[in-house]
Ligand binder design. Sequence first.
Ligand SMILES: NC(=O)c1ccc[n+]([C@@H]2O[C@H](COP(=O)([O-])OP(=O)(O)OC[C@H]3O[C@@H](n4cnc5c(N)ncnc54)[C@H](OP(=O)(O)O)[C@@H]3O)[C@@H](O)[C@H]2O)c1
Length: 244
Amino acid sequence: MADDRRTLLLTGASRGIGHATVRKFNAEGWRVITCSRQPFPEQCPWGGGQENHVVLDLSDPADTINAVGIIQEKLDGRLDALVNNAGISPKGPEGERLNTLDTGLMDWGKVFHVNFFASVVLARGLKDELAAAKGAVVNVTSIAGSRVHPFAGAAYATSKAALAALTREMAHDFGPMGVRVNAIAPGEVETAILSPGTDKIVEKLPMQRLGQPEEVASAIYFLCSDQSSYISGAEIEVNGAQHV
Ligand SMILES: NC(=O)c1ccc[n+]([C@@H]2O[C@H](COP(=O)([O-])OP(=O)(O)OC[C@H]3O[C@@H](n4cnc5c(N)ncnc54)[C@H](OP(=O)(O)O)[C@@H]3O)[C@@H](O)[C@H]2O)c1
């Protein structure tokens, strides 16, 4: 029997915001295809997740380009949503912030491959499938892309600023295909990516609490749903008013 569910492809589903997002889409009746370095997480399954998981290291350009074909074989010629969520934020040996003076070029490049170039490769590689479904792309940026952050390093911040610019460029180029492209920029969300000391930032936030991964997942879902059918090229802040 043909599977007439909408299909999501999301990078970095094994934990955090990505994991909450695939659970949300699954609960809403979507088919979910995922990729990350780890195998499918047995401890937190969602329907059909095992056979729809692609083990992939997005820091490896050849691996990422090769994965496009593997993903296409899992699609029926249509992709309703691509969420570029996987991201890394490396720290120094003592957990310190890496600034523009002390970030090694190889490390900087690796951050750009995961946080930025992988989004280009997947979106371009799957443009026909996205166009066939009149689908949506959501890039997960960060508040660190628009201001210096006490913990997020220079490589991370510049990769997220580039991803925000890519969202604008892609909205322009994919729009004629009927594909919408948006970004969400989280603030401090309770996941493994946070650094010790985040509680000091949170005390000063207007909403005075961390965000939960499910609260970010809802914003991503909105941008992939018909509720946002005329929104493209936008970056939505999901940060409890941290940016004001
Ligand atoms: N949490 C926050 O406060 C916050 C704030 C602003 C922006 N963000 C952004 O939100 C997104 C999700 O963050 P998170 O907090 O949920 O992070 P997380 O808990 O650290 O999860 C990151 C995900 O990315 C995957 N990943 C990392 N490196 C990868 C690679 N080389 N290849 C493939 N997959 C890779 C990981 O899976 P594997 O380990 O299995 O590969 C994991 O599923 C990121 O883009 C992050 O920059 C988060």
